[in-house]
Design a protein around this ligand. Structure first.
Ligand code: ARG
Length: 463
């Protein structure tokens, strides 16, 4: 086994084969190649600007890296695991292409700050992509909600029928969760877009670098004030993973509802064939596997977050090789989050809502009991007492096997003499929805206002 060309000077023997396999990261960090090349080109341009390299050398390095990028894109690049990671693979190939000047690229830089920049660029690109997908999903939910502003279903607490709500209102709750996820990503991105370059191995460097200009060159907002923090900080990945976990949590909750709603006992929705699967033994089955997998995959992202929190918790300053463990979890999470957002958008676009069934469900389960109590309050009865009288009405209806509105006026009067004929229109579930016009309530004006805000937000993103 050969010694590693980039650090093997003091070694008389290369790593054992099992050790080389154990320590390599190129098998997965090769995904960082485009970002690593962007970072290296910015570094090379800065070295030339600062007179640390000649302009000619800077140009040769930048163009050489373009050639390496092209080889990687076209699949011609040969990845060598004995070169450990993406950084050394790219540098070795660059030096083959441009000759000895390739060996100058690493001036004033360590792999510790290099990997930090490459991975921050990777996380930054990933989060920007999540934002595009989140916005598309919000837009989809808003447009479905707009089609269902007039439909009602039982809103639940404790998964028990509580009060009727509009279907639009129910769906928009998810749009607002995702809207917050979007903002959280924006906030995280400020911290992700901070460049560690210039920290070198841990203490800074003796070359007259201009790290701020490198940060600007790659589109970042600034640099770290402390070099030891710069090379060992993984907050940016942890935050990104948390944001991903929360996105998945929101998708998972929606999945759970879709799974329930698709159950024939609810019968509120039909998932399209393209987003369902069958059973190999029970011919009648149509299973919501896509929603189930999405709910299940939430665990992978949560796992990546917990995994990395655990990796980082005991690390002394500054860089430790443990930090190489930040990548696979994030890459897996990235794949899970982006495919889930995309698939959810498609699945929702093909759902059929059985709105008759939803409306019918509003007429069972005494969802209008609060309306009756509020009606009695309107007749001057204190709420606690009104609640009690309504409780008696529910018990009576239950005994008779009917709904509250099916109780005759003299039966209601038997419970309290203040009931009058005008109670019946109040008990209509549609009227119950119409009356709830507090800000953020399920009333039509409130729902229209929500839709308006979300639409404006989606349109602003499309500019
Ligand atoms: N592959 C390493 C990582 O992902 C690169 C940095 C290695 N630095 C070192 N001094 N061994 O963290």
């Amino acid at each position: 086994m050969k010694t590693n060309a980039s650090w093997g000077g003091r070694f008389s023997e290369g790593p054992k084969e099992a050790v080389a396999d154990y320590t390599e990261s190129v098998s997965y960090d090769k995904n960082l190649a485009p970002q690593d090349i962007r970072g290296s080109q910015a570094h090379a341009r800065m070295l030339a600007r600062q007179g640390i390299l000649t302009e000619e050398e800077g140009r040769i390095l930048v163009e050489g890296l373009d050639k390496v990028a092209e080889e990687i894109r076209s699949g011609r690049f040969v990845w060598r695991s004995e070169l450990e990671d993406v950084h050394m693979n790219i540098e070795a190939r660059l030096t083959e292409i441009v000759g000895d000047v390739g060996k100058r690229l690493h001036t004033g830089r360590s792999r510790n700050d290099q990997v930090g920049l490459s991975f921050r660029l990777y996380v930054s690109d990933s989060l920007a992509q999540w934002q595009v997908l989140v916005r598309a999903l919000v837009q989809r939910i808003a447009s479905i909600a707009a089609d269902h502003a007039d439909h009602i279903l039982p809103g639940c607490t404790h998964l028990q029928p509580a009060q009727p709500v509009s279907l639009a209102h129910h769906l928009l709750a998810y749009a607002w969760m995702l809207r917050r996820d979007y903002d959280r990503l924006t906030d995280t991105l400020h911290r992700v877009r901070t460049s560690p370059l210039g920290a070198a191995a841990l203490a800074g460097t003796t070359y007259p670098l201009d790290p701020v200009s490198v940060a600007e060159d790659v589109g970042f907002e600034g640099i770290y004030p402390n070099s030891m923090d710069a090379v060992s900080d993984r907050d940016f990945v942890l935050e990104a993973l948390f944001d991903g976990s929360l996105i998945m949590t929101h998708l998972s909750r929606l999945c759970e509802e879709l799974i329930l709603w698709a159950n024939p006992n609810f019968g509120y929705i039909r998932l399209s064939d393209g987003y369902s699967t069958g059973s190999s033994i029970m011919p009648q089955k149509k299973n919501p596997d896509v929603a189930e997998l999405m709910r299940g995959r939430t665990g992978r992202v949560d796992g990546a977050l917990m995994g990395l929190l655990t990796v980082v918790k005991g690390l002394p300053l500054a860089y430790n090789r443990d930090l190489q463990e930040d990548k696979e979890g994030f890459m897996d999470a990235n794949h899970t989050v982006s495919t889930s957002l995309h698939v959810m958008e498609g699945m929702l676009s093909e759902i059929t809502f059985n709105t008759d069934r939803m409306e019918e469900a509003c007429r069972r389960g005494f969802l209008n009991a609060t309306e009756m109590a509020d009606y009695l309050v309107g007749k001057g009865i204190p709420f606690r007492e009104a609640h009690h009288i309504t409780g008696h009405a529910v018990a009576l209806a239950e005994r008779k096997g009917c709904t509250l509105e099916e109780l005759a006026l003299d039966e209601l009067r038997g419970l309290d003499s203040r009931f009058e004929d005008d109670v019946y229109p109040v008990l209509d579930p549609r009227a119950a929805v119409r009356r709830r016009e507090t800000p953020g309530g399920t009333g039509p004006k409130s729902v229209a206002a929500q839709l308006e805000k979300l639409r404006a937000w989606c349109a602003a993103g499309a500019e």
